[in-house]
Design a protein around this ligand. Structure first.
Ligand code: EZ4
Ligand code: CO
Length: 403
């Protein structure tokens, strides 16, 4: 019988920090899984190295479902981002291996294509409205069919979602978290003006998205959603924190602006009521943080019953392994909505050579067996782990606000 012979955990910082699991079978086949949890990287690395890898050695790599159940139900402690990211890495690596053994890309194992390519949205941002409009123009010219728009709120330093200079947007920027000011009223007054300005400048023949990033209460989010209805957003993302799934009912009662939630949620139970009560329109759970391909498909199938579509998180703190896995899944799911996409830094792409391509606003993969992504261990060794944290938001009175 083929067995899992080795499982190695790599922590490296090519452009930003990534945790990578590589499983090798007794037949010499390797599979890759992303285990990156932004700002808590070493917790997942330890969970894998100290508690999961010893359980994998000698097991049958073909039994993906059984290993998922073993690592989830068999362990007593359930859910949570650290556990679910670790399980995701194992699950993703085993799908990669299964594809390589079968000689098929993972999307073929999942039932084959439902579409020609994966529609993505990109991140446009600006320090003010004119620079945001320039950025939207740049992405429209590059062929994107969907654009997320964020601009810095005047007199509120360092608004999330806004790129510094011309580089890549990277909010995890300091060895200890920076503290940034937040002002809800200033945001509520300003954000609708730039979303309207984008539509006035560029019209309606592309999708426009906006990320609220958990900054509003339910009634504030309802007010915001109403105020941007004329801009016809594809979605407003994370309008309020989702620990209380019931909170979304209030937003729903007041606005037809579609709602997307899920980038910090890690299991089907975290989105169960959001989906079954039809409180959201898009579920944003990902391969890496929601238990891998196996569990994500379960979430997406539940969502399909309620006409909730998918819109997976895809920021650059998810490694190119997750991006490749996301494309493999997105190609197949009947209720696919959209995929978030930010181009990785050149050094990241050097360490993770990937077959994912972007053309005409669509991502795609070829027929390379497995996920179609590699890990260059030697190149990675040149970029050591360097602790980096997301900022913390404080209100004008000094109290902590949701990031
Ligand atoms: O702040 O991925 O929609 N995308 C986002 C991201 C998140 C980071 C957090 O790790 O909200 O930019
Ligand atoms: Co977001």
């Amino acid at each position: 019988m083929t067995t899992i012979e080795r499982a190695e955990v790599f922590v490296a910082g090519p452009g930003r920090n990534f945790v990578t699991l590589r499983i090798t079978t007794s037949d010499g086949v390797t599979g890759l899984g992303d285990a990156t949890l932004n700002g808590r990287e070493l917790a997942v690395a330890s969970y894998l190295r100290d508690h999961v890898v010893p359980l994998l050695i000698g097991r049958d790599p073909a039994r993906i479902e059984d290993l998922w159940q073993y690592l989830y139900r068999g362990v007593y402690w359930r859910r949570g981002p650290v556990t679910m990211t670790a399980i995701a890495a194992v699950d993703t690596a085993l799908w990669d291996i299964k594809g390589k053994v079968a000689g098929l890309p993972v999307h073929q194992l999942l039932g084959g294509r439902s579409r020609d390519g994966v529609t993505v949205y990109c991140h446009a941002s600006g320090t003010d409205i004119p620079s945001l409009l320039d950025d939207v123009a740049r992405f429209r010219e590059a062929g994107y069919r969907a654009v997320r728009a964020q601009a810095a709120v005047p007199d509120v330093g360092g608004t999330y979602g806004v790129r510094k200079g011309t580089g890549i947007y990277e909010p995890a920027n300091a060895a200890l978290p920076e503290e940034q000011l937040w002002d809800t009223e200033a945001y509520l007054r300003f954000a609708p003006t730039y979303l309207t300005a984008v539509r006035e400048e560029f019209g309606f023949d592309f999708h426009l998205l906006h990320d609220v990033h958990h900054r509003l209460t339910p009634i504030e989010a309802a007010r915001f959603g109403k105020s941007v209805e004329d801009a016809q957003l594809f979605w407003m993302e994370d309008p309020t924190p989702a620990e209380n799934q019931e909170a979304f009912r209030l937003i729903r009662q007041h606005t037809t602006t579609p709602i997307a939630v899920g980038e910090v949620l890690t299991s089907i139970w975290d989105v169960q009521h959001l989906i079954t009560e039809q409180l959201i329109d898009y579920v944003r759970t990902t391969v890496v943080h929601a238990g891998g391909i196996t569990h994500l498909r379960r979430i997406f199938d539940l969502a399909a019953l309620y006409q909730v579509r998918t819109g997976s998180h895809g920021a650059t703190d998810l490694s190119p392994i997750t991006l490749a896995a996301a494309v493999q899944v997105d190609l197949t799911v009947p209720n696919f909505g959209i995929q978030e996409y930010m181009e990785h830094a050149e050094v990241t792409r050097e360490v993770f050579p990937s077959g994912v391509t972007l053309s005409d606003g669509l991502l795609d993969v070829d027929d390379t067996p497995g996920l179609g992504v590699e890990y260059d261990e030697k190149a990675a060794a040149r970029y050591p782990y360097d602790p980096k944290y997301l900022p913390v938001a404080r209100r004008r009175d000094g109290s902590v606000h949701d990031w």
